[in-house]
Design a protein around this ligand. Structure first.
Ligand code: ADP
Ligand code: MG
Length: 345
């Protein structure tokens, strides 16, 4: 046997992004209509303005969701919304989705109707059309794949690679709550497993649980940017966590950054719950993920316009690459920002 044939590299040595890069690096772009290939929240294709943006996501039972506490209707809704979020992160507007599912006979028609109720609600709320998909069987778990297609004006699209030193780093909404919602549901699941007589009490934590079970995408921001005549220099949606997603912007833009602890919006309920779990609220906010807020950078000449934007917080500033990616604590310390967000491998 040749030495070559014995070689086995573990996926974990590359990580998710290393693996994608490794597998795709030999693919050259051949078509003039491919404006943006791999590496952003969505690909950009087409020949005329507006261009078409396309994004796809895969959700696997036991990895991305647990049906013990994730109602199918919410799962349907969330699976659409997280995909639409990637289209908004391009400063584009989603128009269609396709939906593919792999199911086992563990699921009844009624259960799948529930799933599709949620999908329908998301299509209605976000004005997108379900235009296709695929249905197949799986041995056991449920697998959902959603593709979203949207439209974006060429000069308004926001990529991950446009940030420049001096740009301001902004974020919408608040971060960390979805992660704490997940912690609450995990805790209730463990309680239930050890004592099935106990009914979960999630009512009290409606905000946090809602951020996990029924996230919304920042559709409003595309309009807000248009009205303010503002185009972010770079943008990404916060799916893996602020740290990890800011790092994507920095890596692809070839820049560094600093963010201030005071600039990170954390909901009061998230702060309290983090402390109950003995977690640091800021660590949850930076590394939690699944917030589906928009993280974007703007040219400092647009500062005045940005200050007027509703629900937008200035977190920090883009710096030169060799300055690294830093976190300024309230105590005046400067530390390296580390991505400890959602890791698939
Ligand atoms: P997001 O978190 O915004 O959904 P990802 O981190 O999943 O984005 O993907 C980063 C980029 O890599 C995207 O351009 C995506 O289309 C691409 N990508 C992910 N997995 C693969 C794959 N197996 N083959 C080709 N491209 C991929
Ligand atoms: Mg994304």
């Amino acid at each position: 046997m040749q030495a070559n044939e014995q070689k086995r590299t573990e996926i974990s040595t590359l990580g998710e992004f290393g693996l994608i890069e490794h597998l795709t690096k030999k693919f050259a772009i051949k078509n003039a209509s491919t404006f943006k290939g791999i590496g952003d929240d969505a690909a950009v294709i087409g020949k005329s303005d507006p261009l078409t943006v396309v994004s796809t996501d895969l959700l696997v039972e036991g990895i991305h969701f647990d049906l013990m506490y994730f109602p199918l209707k919410h799962l349907g809704y969330k699976s659409v919304v997280v995909n639409l979020s990637d289209i908004y992160a391009m400063n584009a507007v989603p128009k269609q989705i396709t939906m593919s599912i792999a199911i086992s006979n563990r699921f009844s028609v009624e259960a799948l109707e529930e799933l599709y109720e949620g999908i329908r609600a998301a299509c209605k709320n976000y004005d997108v059309d379900l235009v296709g998909g695929d249905t197949t069987s799986s041995n056991k778990g449920l697998i959902i794949s959603v593709t979203a297609i949207g439209e974006g004006e060429k000069d308004k699209l926001a990529y991950r690679n446009g940030a420049k030193p001096g740009d301001l780093i902004c974020i919408t909404g608040d971060v960390g709550a979805a992660y704490l919602g997940l912690q609450i549901m995990e805790r209730e699941k463990q309680l239930y497993l050890s004592n099935p007589g106990i009914q979960p009490d999630l009512e009290e934590q409606k905000y946090l649980v809602g951020r996990q079970l029924k996230p919304e995408a920042r559709r409003d921001m595309v309009d807000v940017f248009r009205k303010a005549k503002l185009v972010p220099t770079a943008m990404i949606d916060v799916s893996d966590g602020v740290s990890s997603d800011l790092m994507h912007i920095c890596r692809q833009s070839g820049v560094g950054a600093f963010i201030e602890e005071t600039g990170i919006p954390v909901h009061e309920e998230a702060k309290l719950m983090a402390l109950k779990f003995n977690l640091d609220p800021i660590t949850c906010a930076l590394n939690g993920g699944e917030d589906y807020e928009l993280l974007f950078t703007i040219n400092p000449k647009d500062l005045d316009k940005t200050k007027l934007l509703p629900d937008v917080f200035i977190m920090g500033e883009i710096t030169e690459k060799d300055e690294g990616i830093k976190f300024h604590t309230n105590g005046g310390r400067i530390v390296d920002l580390e991505a400890q967000g959602w890791k698939h491998f």
